[in-house]
Structure formats: C-alpha cells, structure tokens
Design a binder for this molecule. Structure first.
Ligand code: FES
Length: 159
C-alpha cells in the first residue's frame, strides 16, 4: 500500500510528461525510495494501476534496469561501486576487497543487520573522478581506503 506522500510524488512526476506511461520509471523510483530501498510486486501493481499501464509492462521496466531492487532485496544503504575501465585502473578492485573485509560480506550480499548491500556497477559516467561509487542518490568520488572508511562510518551513524 503506497503512502499519501508517495502518491503525491507520483502525481508530481506525472506532470512532467504528456502520457502517464512515461512516468513509470520515476514512479517506480519514488516508490522504491519511500519503501526502504526495495520494490515489491504489489508496489509495481500499484504503480501500474495509478498510471493505467499494464502491470507486465511495469514489471518489464523494473526488470530491465538494475537500479530497481525487487528481485533480491537490498539493505538500507546500497553501495554500488563502479568497476568499469577507469575505476578499475584507479583501484576499484582494491576498494572492493577492502569493503568486503570491512563489512564482512562479499559482492552481492547484505550485512546481517540489513545496513549495507555491496554491489558493482558499470560506468556511472564519472570516469574523471575514478574510482567512485554510488550510494542511493549520492556519488562518492576520488575514493581512497580512508575515504571509504569515513563514508561507511558516516552512513552507519546516519541510520
Ligand atoms: S569507469 Fe567508473 S565512472 Fe566510468
């Protein structure tokens, strides 16, 4: 069941488009953000009903883009570290190993407390500030082990 706040966000998103169908991606992201970082099948059905779109089409969108989390739930902070060319050349794999040790998980896993999920991402369009990662809506760039430790500590403290 979507909250009033989420429904208002979806109404706002719809205003940006000529057709309701065009608002599917934004609506799904609004629901995901308001639902603890994950989407359920019921969420997708609700979006389909609101936007008058076939539920299969909404599920197809959610299934195509990796930014929607419904096949496998993620933690409160979804860390997506870029491991494409520029970031790899600048040490992404070292940072991945460091975070795996620090968090006690391997890629694709979520910490036991549900706080962090560690994933890789393909190029996030910030090659000039490699290595970098995305956590939610935020980019963290020019990463070092020390920066990563501070980011993880700050995220933990903010939760
Ligand atoms: S290769 Fe990492 S942002 Fe482009």
């Amino acid at each position: 069941m979507l909250t009033e706040k989420t429904l208002e966000k979806i109404q706002q998103i719809q205003k940006n488009y000529h057709s309701k169908k065009s608002a599917v991606m934004g609506a799904l992201m609004a629901v995901q953000r308001d639902s603890g970082n994950n989407l359920t099948r019921e969420d997708m059905e609700a979006v389909a009903e609101i936007l008058e779109v076939n539920p299969v089409e909404v599920q197809a969108v959610a299934g195509f883009y990796t930014m929607y989390n419904w096949k496998k739930p993620v933690g409160r902070h979804h860390i997506e570290i870029c491991w494409n060319l520029s970031c790899s050349l600048m040490g992404a794999e070292h940072l991945i190993s460091h975070m795996e040790k620090k968090l006690g998980i391997t890629l694709g896993e979520t910490t036991a407390d549900g706080m962090f999920t560690l994933s890789t991402a393909e190029c996030l369009g910030s090659c000039g500030t490699a290595p970098m990662m995305q956590v939610g809506d935020d980019y963290y760039e020019n990463l070092t082990v020390e920066k990563v430790d501070k980011i993880l500590a700050d995220l933990r403290a903010s939760s």
